[in-house]
Design a protein around this ligand. Structure first.
Ligand SMILES: [Fe+2]
Ligand SMILES: [Fe+2]
Length: 193
């Protein structure tokens, strides 16, 4: 690992914490969607289960990256747990298009965050940079799969996608008590340095 300034070390710790919580939320979203899909939309189950497997491994990877970066799991994991579950459950009740609109919105948000993080971590924490790079590949595959399933989304589906996007950002902000904003600010500052 590269030596960081104190401020950089704090940002790195925040990155790992927010990502760990986000992966946990993703596990809960996919779990709830699988639960509903098993009953109503069995054709969605195989891809959702594959994605759930990925999210579990991402979550474990970020958890393992915490101790050496003086990071600890988010204080309000219950919030992520039930927020994610509810989001997955409600979108799955809308049908397969609801499921894929949710996946597309969440994975697009994840992708945006990971891109910013990669920029910051390059030259600061090469190990974490490598971890996020490989995870980003799988998240991108999730996003592409969801977008392929969304046949000609109408205005209603686009509205749902936008609503989920806002909800996701609110969840991230609330659960980290603004940590994510401070993190984003630090990432932006690094970009313009
Ligand atoms: Fe993930
Ligand atoms: Fe994902």
């Amino acid at each position: 690992m590269v030596e960081h300034s104190r401020q950089d070390a704090l940002t790195v710790a925040r990155i790992v914490r927010v990502n760990h919580a986000g992966e946990f939320g993703a596990i809960r979203i996919y779990s709830a969607q699988i639960l509903v899909s098993k009953r109503f939309w069995p054709r969605c189950v195989p891809s959702l289960s594959e994605m759930l497997g990925h999210e579990r491994s991402h979550c474990a990877t970020f958890r393992a990256a915490m101790p050496s970066r003086h990071s600890r799991p988010c204080r309000v994991m219950q919030f992520w747990s039930w927020g994610g579950w509810l989001l997955g459950f409600l979108t799955a009740l809308l049908g397969p298009q609801g499921i894929w609109a949710c996946t597309a919105a969440v994975e697009a948000a994840v992708h945006r965050h990971l891109d910013d993080q990669l920029f910051f971590l390059a030259g600061r924490d090469r190990e974490l940079h490598g971890i996020i790079l490989s995870i980003r590949e799988e998240e991108l595959a999730h996003l592409r799969h969801a977008e392929e399933q969304l046949r000609s989304p109408g205005p209603l589906l686009n509205l749902l996608r936008a609503a989920i996007s806002v909800t996701t950002d609110c969840l991230i902000w609330l659960s980290t008590w603004g940590d994510s904003t401070r993190m984003t600010r630090a990432l932006k500052a690094a970009k313009h340095a």
